[in-house]
Design a binder for this molecule. Structure first.
Ligand code: PLP
Length: 395
């Protein structure tokens, strides 16, 4: 017996990539830039905090998460987005996650009904997108509706182009700001408009902000500050994690915060099937959320690598410095063939842009002309990788 619901989901972008280059010998010692897995150092004291709590591996984590962790997140959100006191409380507004991915995947289960406006509900997803969104939509029997985010619309779905019939059957709308892969930041006006649409058409905004602390100049606005301006958290979830901010993707620690009624439901659902982070992990995470020094250093490392990229790539391949995130999104003509060439001739493993986007009937795959490179290595490796790319790819 097999559930056919997932048949069209297809392989993950990384499985597809492995298949694409399977059997091709890398022409130089491999450098993997396909994965958004930060390789920067993280504070040494993370290990010490984990060690101090080693006795706690013998206990299940409390269902709601540790008070220490929840308070650290509430304080961080309040300070970062200048929220009114107690707009986000540790008691009512936050659920700890083992990384944002599982929360992004779980959330639609408490939101999406069987029918909306008498039809199959829609989950709106920017195109290109982080693959968890599509899996989540399909898992709950919704129709994933992919909204082109291209150079023409500033790499953010155009909210003015959504027709009323679609909005009425929309149950959830994922946005990612700063966006993976393009690095675009949604401005406050965009977020305000999104919340307004969500409340008028009764859907939930699922705002993936896991790149919020990797920015070039100004801290990106967040969905919570837009919600605060309305005095309400209704219809709003924000997801964030330490994977990118603190370069600890292996710690598996994130959170979801927002609408207290939805948070209560999510907490209950997760008590059935979710995996809370362990007490030591929550202790280390609390300490990381309370420290900004390492985040400032982390940002400076990314800025240096974008300087390197700008110097080496210049104005080729539509290069631009993204407002946030750590990806290069390079327009190379045919992303798949450039990926094979870079592996064969330069040992560079990059991701074809088409693998993080969908073909939509009547439209071309908006990622197909691109490759995505994660600038997650040290300075020397990054310089080496970009120099190889520059000499191998025709401009
Ligand atoms: C856009 C986006 N969202 C969510 C995640 C998941 O991150 P984590 O589960 O480590 O918090 C990633 C990881 O690459 C991502 O790029």
């Amino acid at each position: 017996m097999i559930n056919p619901r997932f048949d069209d989901l297809g392989e993950s972008p990384f499985e597809r990539l492995n298949r694409l280059i399977d059997g091709i010998k890398p022409g130089q010692p491999p450098i993997v830039m396909s994965l958004g897995e930060p390789q920067h150092p993280y504070p040494n004291w993370v290990g010490e905090v984990l060690d101090d709590h080693r006795g706690d591996y013998g206990a299940y984590p409390p269902l709601r998460g540790s008070e220490e962790f929840l308070r650290a997140v509430a304080d961080w959100l309040t300070a970062r987005y200048a929220l009114p006191v107690d707009f986000i409380t540790w008691t009512h507004h936050i659920v700890p996650l083992s990384g944002t991915r599982e929360g992004l995947y779980f959330a639609p289960q408490i939101i999406v009904p069987r029918r909306k406006a008498g039809q199959q509900p829609a989950v709106l997803i920017p195109n290109p997108f982080y693959h968890a969104y599509a899996g989540a939509a399909v898992a709950v029997g919704a129709e994933p509706v992919y909204l082109a985010a291209t150079r023409d619309n500033g790499f953010m779905p155009d909210l003015d182009k959504l027709d009323i019939a679609l909005l009425n059957r929309t149950a959830a709308f994922y946005i990612c700001s700063p966006a993976n892969p393009q690095g675009t930041v949604a401005d406050r006006a965009y977020l305000d408009r999104l919340i307004d649409l969500a409340r008028r058409h009764d859907f939930v905004v699922l705002s993936d902000e896991c790149y919020s602390e990797i920015f070039a100049v100004d801290p990106p606005p967040g969905i919570l500050e837009a919600a605060a301006a309305t005095g309400s958290l209704a219809n709003v979830f924000v997801f964030n994690s330490l994977s990118k901010r603190s370069s600890v993707p292996g710690l598996r620690s994130g959170f979801v915060a927002g609408d207290p009624d939805l948070i209560a439901r999510l907490r209950t659902l997760r008590s059935y099937g979710g995996a809370l982070p362990s007490i030591p992990v929550m202790a280390a995470a609390a300490a990381l959320w309370r420290d900004e020094t390492h985040v400032v250093e982390n940002r400076a490392r990314y800025a240096r690598k974008f300087d390197t990229a700008e110097r080496i790539i210049g104005n080729r391949f539509g290069f631009y410095r993204p407002a946030g995130g750590f990806f290069l999104w390079l327009e190379v003509g045919d992303g798949e063939s450039a990926t094979s060439t870079l592996w064969r001739e330069a040992g560079l493993k990059v991701l074809p842009g088409g693998y993080v986007a969908r073909d939509v009937a009547g439209e071309s795959n908006p990622g197909a002309p691109y490759i995505r490179l994660a600038l997650v290595h040290d300075d020397a490796t990054t310089e080496e990788a970009l120099t190889r790319l520059s000499s191998v790819l025709p401009s």
